[in-house]
Ligand binder design. Structure first.
Ligand code: GDP
Ligand code: ZN
Length: 449
């Protein structure tokens, strides 16, 4: 495989910039662009050395650190080098040109990780974890992703894969050589393998919703009658005031969704264009629009004006919001004399002052309570749709196999089910995944990873 190189730290000025190189023969190539006290190719592996970095003309463009990793003890599993220079895009690009001049090629998006996969350093669930970790927007999402990188799902899936492979090969022996004296299939053992596999897969399938929310955020609607403070709450959550400023009535619509982390939970605020204050009444959050937003929401926040008495319109907003899986009532305007008296409500109520951004902590706690994180161990969750589909497919096939055996079918009758489950599991880990599946996963990476 060729020697690849890329900037790993993006194209904005940063304190330190990292340029990575990977591929057999890359040490000699790197010696030509890095001049330390001793050649880099002779440096102790995994130990930083200091030296001059050269561009394609052999001129010094920075002084910094370099470290080499000797195959297979590297991220990619190949010989590789990382340069730590000053994080000016100009400096990093000059170093990169120096490497290209020596024969390195620009790495494609995700190519380092793809090589790691091809060299068996990680499987597809771990590669998925790497992407998720890079894109994580909450601490919980990061914790989950890093556990996945360390192989939580890989272990579960490999156990199932190996069990199924064992069953299939025994079945093949029986199907192919019916007259030979093959030791009797131990149906009880097979059933036990299928049972534990199904159990693991079922447990993982039950985490899909949670996983989706962890990775993509909670679709959230804000509802309430006019002037209770919906736009103000939106601004308080977003932490800055841009509702009126960016909106010009009748021209381009604002983005329909904004993301904010509240109580450690990523909220995707639906239809923020409708929540924002606008001089155009058609743009206001009408009843129909609120219904639409709630129908897409997992969390609905009902805003009430604490300085006014409770009205039938407030009750309607609450009734609507209660249709979402999670509902919180937000009594706003706590800075004013309170006049509201609430009926008995089947959901949590928090009070705050949106205008000043005071009392948001109470809302954060309430949101965190709606989406507890502790009960699923890190890494034991399905966050990806592709994974979900494959797990479901394997689970369905295994369930059919279980039923078949329970009905007393002969092994050959459930062989196709076992094969299907095996293929699905192979796609998950990458053991038997097509180039197409693998390619699509790595497309989502950034260059330099
Ligand atoms: P919306 O129609 O529900 O989006 O309500 P707005 O956010 O536009 O707020 C309506 C009015 O209430 C504005 O004049 C806000 O300044 C005011 N308001 C919003 N939140 C508060 C608050 O916490 N305290 C006070 N005193 N006024 C608020
Ligand atoms: Zn508004």
């Amino acid at each position: 495989m060729s020697i690849i190189a890329a900037i790993a730290t993006g194209n904005n000025p940063t304190a330190i910039g990292i340029v990575r190189v990977s591929g057999a023969g890359c040490f000699a190539l790197c010696d030509a662009v890095f001049q330390g006290k001793h050649p880099l190719s002779q440096a102790t592996p995994r130990t930083m050395v200091y030296g001059d970095m050269l561009d394609e003309l052999g001129q010094v463009i920075d002084r910094g650190l370099a470290v080499r990793f000797v195959a297979p003890h590297s991220y990619t599993g190949e010989d590789s080098v990382e340069f730590f220079c000053h994080g000016s895009p100009v400096v990093m690009q000059a170093l990169l040109r120096g490497l290209f001049a020596q024969g390195a090629q620009q790495a494609k998006a995700g190519e380092f990780t793809q090589r790691a996969f091809l060299n068996g350093q990680l499987d597809l669930t771990q590669a998925q974890g790497v992407i998720d970790l890079i894109h994580s927007e909450t601490v919980e999402a990061a914790k989950h992703a890093v556990a996945q990188v360390s192989g939580t799902l890989r272990r579960d899936f490999s156990t199932i894969y190996d069990g199924l492979l064992d069953i299939s090969s025994q079945f093949y022996a029986v199907v192919d050589y019916p007259d030979e004296d093959i030791e009797d299939l131990n149906i009880t053992d097979i059933q036990r393998t299928l049972d534990t596999s199904a159990q693991t897969l079922r447990r993982l399938l039950q985490t899909c919703n949670r996983g989706q929310i962890l990775k993509s955020g909670v679709p959230t609607a804000i509802v309430g009658r006019p002037n209770v403070g919906k736009s103000s709450l939106l601004n308080a959550l977003l932490g800055y005031d841009r509702a009126i400023v960016t909106h010009v009535a009748g021209t381009t619509r604002d983005t329909l969704e904004e993301r904010v982390v509240c109580g450690g939970v990523l909220l995707r605020l639906i239809d923020t264009a409708g929540i924002r204050d606008t001089l155009d009444p058609i743009e206001a959050m009408g009843v129909e629009r609120s219904k639409e937003a709630v129908s897409q929401a997992d969390l609905a926040l009902v805003v009430l004006d604490g300085s006014q008495s409770f009205t039938s319109a407030d009750q309607e907003a609450i009734d609507l919001a209660l249709q979402a899986p999670h509902t919180l009532v937000v009594v706003n305007k706590t800075d004013l004399q309170q006049a509201i008296s609430l009926p008995e409500l089947p959901c949590s109520v928090v009070s705050l002052c949106a205008k000043e951004g005071l009392g948001l902590g109470e809302l954060e706690s309430a949101v965190a309570m709606c989406y507890p994180t502790g009960d699923v161990p890190a890494g034991q969750m399905i966050t990806d749709l592709r994974q979900q589909e494959a797990v479901q497919q394997a689970y369905d096939a295994i369930s059919r196999g279980q039923e078949g055996l329970a009905m007393g079918l002969t092994p050959d009758a459930i062989l196709t089910d076992m094969e299907e489950a095996l293929t699905a599991m192979g796609n998950l880990t990458g053991k038997t995944a097509s180039d197409d599946i693998v390619g699509r996963l790595f497309e989502r990476f950034c260059v330099g990873k």
